[in-house]
Design a protein around this ligand. Structure first.
Ligand SMILES: Nc1nc2c(c(=O)[nH]1)N[C@H]1C(S)=C(S)[C@@H](COP(=O)(O)O)O[C@H]1N2
Ligand SMILES: [Mo]
Length: 521
């Protein structure tokens, strides 16, 4: 290995040691303050909305992996540079490492809930990283490099390839030092992971039966229409959209839901308090505002929770001047919900259960808000800890600051699941099928399909699980050979038809009709 490569490797290894040490300290104090995650989260928050939309569209649920990966690659490249600098002079390399860590510390401190403790992982990362670099450089260089003579020493080493005894000592020292530090980094990383995974076990939480159960769930068209979206989305298949890089490790012991702001009295609830209140159970279809026409950021589940108005009544909002509920999650992220819509009699709730089990961590354990008819970004706060009654004039929530709408009812939408876009199918009798949703606007009353330029044909609807839930539909079709364009549209229970006017998700949800082109042979 050349001296340059070797020093680049020293930089990388020293940085890995620092990152692992920082990660371990973060796991013991504040997991999201881990250097790489802090930088990643800051990148998410600083990313302009269009780029974020693009990433969600292209990487889907892998967007976070791609982001963390990019941050890591960037950091390791700089780490290699730090190693090369340390070859000139240790202080130069150490300085670059300190700059890197300072960026991570600044990122950690920029988190909404940041306290002084958030710098601790970065400080430890800096000490461990610089220490490891110094150790590697001095231990594996024949004779300590006196400050100021680095360049001369360099020239000497670059011409010393014939000096086998020198190379031999170095190589053994390098192997031992590298091995020791690699094991140390892996051990610290492993312990950090173990601490994180051991904290929370939603699957051990038993939930009481609902006081106000949902009606029996009807069998959908799942078996009758091959390729159609299941009537109820399995929890493991439920879409996930949030700004988090790691799932918050919330234990039930310390968790509380507080209601404050412009209320008669501030109140707080433990998880047990919630389970002892009247529990309602409802079938509700959640939708993300980032869902494109024909997209899959939508899912139907059975939710169990405490009615939002029951909770707000405990705090007393009879005299409130508030127009929004500003909810805060365990990490300080905020979501605003229009107070009037959330309390207009719809089945808004603080949910603690999903499809018959406690919420999984991905979907908000231990509790989240669910408000039928409003896009998730203004209603579905996961890992919720606080609801503050306030005004839009006084407080901007996370997405409000980024230009998204504050008032965003879910638009009427319909999707073709089968045949798939650009599919080639056999001529003859087949079924066109899919789902449509029109939550809290009377549900889906009608779905129509148009084949090429033909007339709109009324599809058959699957059973209803209530007006806040999506509906499956299908249309038998005698497919003749050739290329065909299928278009779908829905009408809600109030007689309003899905608009054909195209709109992007930003700022209040996409619209337009989905068209699917298929080839029949
Ligand atoms: N704490 C928190 N809650 C959140 C979000 C988030 O980023 N953080 N994303 C919201 C958005 S945009 C949507 S669409 C829904 C998605 O809920 P799901 O991931 O359970 O499907 O959660 C909402 N709740
Ligand atoms: Mo969303």
């Amino acid at each position: 290995m050349t001296s340059r490569l070797l020093h680049a490797w020293f930089g990388v290894l020293a940085t890995l040691v620092g990152v692992a040490a920082g990660h371990l300290v973060a796991a013991l104090t504040e997991p999201s303050a881990s250097p790489v995650l802090a930088v990643g989260s800051a990148v998410i928050d600083l990313t302009p909305t269009p780029l974020k939309e693009w990433a969600i569209a292209h990487f889907g649920s892998n967007d976070k992996t791609v982001l963390v990966g990019s941050v890591l690659v960037g950091v390791l490249l700089l780490a290699a540079v730090a190693g090369l600098l340390a070859r000139r002079r240790l202080a130069y390399g150490a300085a670059l490492l300190v700059v890197l860590v300072a960026i991570a510390a600044a990122a950690a401190l920029s988190r909404p809930t940041a306290g002084p403790i958030e710098v601790l992982p970065s400080v430890v990362a800096a000490i461990a990283g610089v220490g490891a670099l110094a150790w590697l450089v001095t231990r594996t260089t024949s004779g300590a490099v006196p400050a100021g003579s680095a360049a001369a020493d360099d020239r000497h080493r670059d011409t010393s390839h014939g000096d086998t005894s020198h190379r031999g000592t170095s190589r053994r020292a390098v192997l031992v030092a590298s091995g020791t530090l690699t094991v140390a980094a892996a051990a610290m990383g492993g312990i950090g992971r173990w601490i994180g995974s051991y904290l929370t076990r939603p699957e051990d939480v038993a939930l009481p039966a609902p006081d106000d159960p949902a009606p029996a769930f009807p069998a959908g068209l799942d078996d009758r229409v091959p390729g159609i979206t299941p009537f109820r989305t399995a929890t493991s298949d439920f879409y996930r959209v949030d700004t988090r890089l790691t799932l918050p490790a919330v234990g039930l012991d310390g968790w509380r839901l507080t209601i404050d702001g412009d209320v008669d009295r501030e109140v707080g609830f433990s998880f047990d308090d919630l389970t002892q209140m009247d529990l309602i159970e409802r079938d509700i279809t959640l939708t993300c505002v980032s869902n494109e026409v024909g997209g899959h950021y939508v899912g139907g589940a059975r939710w169990l929770g405490v009615s939002l108005t029951d909770l707000l009544d405990r705090a007393g909002i009879g005299h409130t001047g508030a127009d929004q509920i500003l909810s805060t999650d365990v990490d300080g992220m905020t979501i605003s919900t229009p107070l009037e819509l959330a309390t207009d009699g719809r089945d808004a709730m603080i949910a603690i259960g999903m499809n018959g089990a406690a919420l999984p961590r991905e979907h908000g354990f231990p509790a989240r808000m669910v408000v039928p008819g409003l896009y998730g970004f203004i209603s579905a706060t996961k890992w919720i800890t606080r609801m503050t009654l306030t005004t839009y004039a006084e407080h901007d929530a996370y997405w409000t600051q980024r230009g998204w709408a504050t008032d965003a009812p879910i638009k009427i939408a319909s999707r073709i699941d089968t045949p798939r876009p650009l599919a080639t199918i056999d001529a003859g009798r087949t079924l066109i099928g899919g789902v449509a949703w029109a939550q809290h606007r009377g549900g889906v009353a009608k779905v129509e399909v148009r084949i090429d330029g033909g007339p709109w044909q009324e599809a058959r609807l699957g059973p209803s699980a209530g007006n806040d839930y999506w509906r499956q539909w299908y249309l038998p079709w005698s497919a003749g050979s050739g290329r065909h364009t299928l278009t779908v549209r829905a009408t809600d229970g109030r007689g309003e038809q899905q608009t054909a006017v195209r709109a992007t998700p930003f700022p209040d949800g996409s619209s337009g009709l989905q068209q699917v082109v298929v080839t029949v042979t």
